[in-house]
Write a protein that binds this ligand. Structure first.
Ligand SMILES: Nc1ncnc2c1ncn2[C@@H]1O[C@H](COP(=O)(O)OP(=O)(O)O)[C@@H](O)[C@H]1O
Ligand SMILES: [Mg+2]
Length: 311
């Protein structure tokens, strides 16, 4: 089956001549949560705006549910809900009217039961008669999501949904996204918070300077690129690495009190047993040990800085 969103060789050159997307290709599968991770200015908003038909591509093709976003804009746009990065709400309007009006814009008939359901899901039902200006920043963001869901989209784009939102609301938002996925909605979110991608995404795309550097299932990514570290605390400090340990990827730290052994989690054998037996053989006494899995953050920083090194 074709992917829900197909992006082929997408280039975007802005009027001033700046190339914000340099030939991006990406498939987004129905029902998945894809997190697009990248620093500020990477091209995340440009990519989303182009898929949603707000910005025209310079070249390349995009389809949503099989509909070309340029040539078959209405059909494509109907399938899409967009939660923009900037809050753009009418301050004097009531919450419920704001959301009803959004549905109307898509030419859908009034459906009070559906609007109630959306507002309840986002914990906005009690605030339905409040004016937008009376809401906190986090609540306004929820109204943006409610608006985006008002016409029952199959694909939801969230552009930095938790930027400037406090930790508690951020977790609520993650829960909301997980619920939408359970309802079968395909979700694409952009973020520059690595922990956000790590917490909720099925797949992660890394974008930097207009190029998609990688798209991979989160778990694969963690295993494939993830290095693990075994830290062995010794009872007495060493001045140099013993001969018996020289053939392993071991370094000394903490002024000789700790041995750090790095190993690849995807390798058949970790090599830990051999390192431990070499330690024993060298007569070293161990006070404590721990292992640590590299985080997605380590991977991301490695990727983005490798690329800069090559440029
Ligand atoms: N309308 C525009 N005209 C010219 N340059 C733009 C415009 N919008 C964005 N850019 C530039 O394109 C690059 C990518 O921007 P954007 O897609 O907003 O990145 P991100 O969302 O990842 O922070 C940035 O360098 C930005 O300055
Ligand atoms: Mg942006």
């Amino acid at each position: 089956m074709a992917a829900m969103v197909e992006i082929r060789d997408l280039r975007k050159v802005y009027a001033g001549g700046f190339e914000a997307l340099k030939g991006a290709s990406l498939d987004i599968e129905e029902g998945e949560i894809l997190a697009l991770l990248g620093p500020n200015g990477a091209g995340k908003t440009t990519l989303i705006s182009t898929i949603c038909g707000i910005t025209l591509p310079t070249s390349g093709q995009i389809t949503v549910g099989g509909h070309d976003v340029v040539h078959d804009y209405r059909h494509a746009r109907n399938l899409i809900g967009l939660v923009p990065q900037e809050i753009n709400l009418e301050p004097f309007e009531k919450v419920i009217n704001t959301v009803r009006f959004s549905r109307g814009l898509f030419g859908k008939p009034r459906n009070d039961a559906l609007i109630e359901d959306v507002l309840r899901k986002l914990s906005l039902w009690d605030k339905r008669d409040a004016r937008i200006m009376e809401l906190s920043g986090g609540m306004k963001r929820r109204v943006l999501i409610a608006k985006a869901l008002s016409h029952e989209p199959r694909v939801l784009f969230l552009d930095e949904p938790t930027a400037g939102v406090d930790v508690e609301l951020r977790r609520d938002m993650w829960e909301t996204v997980a619920e939408l996925k359970r309802d079968g909605v395909t979700i694409i979110l952009t973020t520059h918070y690595i922990e956000e991608a790590e917490a909720i995404a099925d797949r992660i795309g890394v974008i930097n300077k207009g190029e998609i550097l990688l798209v991979e299932a989160k778990d694969n990514l963690m295993t494939r690129m993830g290095q693990k570290e075994l830290r062995v605390e010794l009872t007495a400090p060493l001045t140099a690495l013993p001969e018996a340990l020289a053939r392993f990827d071991v370094t000394l730290s903490d002024e000789g009190c700790t041995l750090i052994y790095s190993y690849d989690t995807s390798a058949d054998r970790s090599g830990i047993a051999q390192v431990m037996s070499a330690l024993n053989g060298a007569g070293l006494a161990v006070r404590d040990m721990q292992t640590k899995q590299n985080s997605l953050e380590d991977i991301f920083v490695g990727l983005v800085s490798d690329k800069e090194g090559a440029a």
